[in-house]
Design a protein around this ligand. Structure first.
Ligand code: E4P
Length: 215
């Protein structure tokens, strides 16, 4: 299972890369806007740090517009994956880009039927949103189980399931149990995953006892 970082903050990306926690990156317009910088500058900076897949989201709403935007974005780095929202025009672009050998992620997936269409269109990554389903009182993690169950039956669909919209550590555990290929995790959730009060208490005790017998 791969871990992608769900952030456009290059300082955090560098720090987490040094802990081996950045197999790839996902961004979206909201995450880029949070940096206060321009889209192209941020993506190029991330490309200089990370060799793995870097998801950059298009904003064009027609297939032709998406193709044009995608080809431009891909010039910024070979590792860039074009992130495309799930809809009719998006899938037309996904198909064309897959024919050109340009990898895509279909984002904003909220149902198994959407995942099936995205897989058939040739997406490299399918991106179901867990937290946003929970927000509307629908079990987000059930969607992960359903999608992985379906995809496991069709290995010829050469795509990976990437759990997104992860809001807390239990989402990560559920995604891992569901057998997803990738989880894209916000830095705040990585911080939460690191912590356990018994770890802190244990370190404190060992340091105290070490003073009695070390050196
Ligand atoms: C990542 O690719 C998604 O855009 C992101 O995980 C969405 O997360 P959110 O629902 O917390 O905004």
């Amino acid at each position: 299972m791969k871990i992608f970082l769900d952030t456009a903050d290059t300082t955090i990306i560098q720090e987490m890369k040094e802990m081996g926690l950045a197999d790839g990156i996902t961004t979206n317009p909201t995450l880029i806007a949070k940096t206060g910088r321009k889209f192209d500058e941020v993506i190029k900076d991330i490309c200089a740090i990370i060799d793995g897949p870097i998801n950059a989201e298009v904003t064009a709403t027609t297939a032709e517009g998406i193709l044009e935007e995608a080809r431009e974005i891909r010039q910024w780095g070979e590792q860039i994956v074009i992130k495309i929202p799930m809809n009719r025009e998006g899938l037309r672009a996904v198909w064309r880009l897959s024919e050109e050998g340009i990898p895509t992620t279909v984002t904003l997936i909220f149902s198994v039927p959407q995942a099936i269409l995205a897989a058939k269109a040739g997406a490299r990554y399918l991106c179901p949103f867990v937290g946003r389903l929970d927000d509307i009182a629908s079990e987000g993690t059930n969607l992960l189980y359903d999608i992985t169950t379906v995809l496991n039956q069709y290995p010829e669909w050469d795509c990976e399931v990437m759990a997104a919209s992860i809001r807390h550590p239990l989402h990560v555990v559920d995604a891992a149990r569901a057998g997803v290929d990738v989880i894209t995790i916000p830095p705040k959730v990585i911080d939460q995953m690191l912590l356990h009060p018994l770890t802190d208490r244990g370190i404190e005790q060992f340091l105290k006892d070490a003073k009695l017998c070390y050196s």
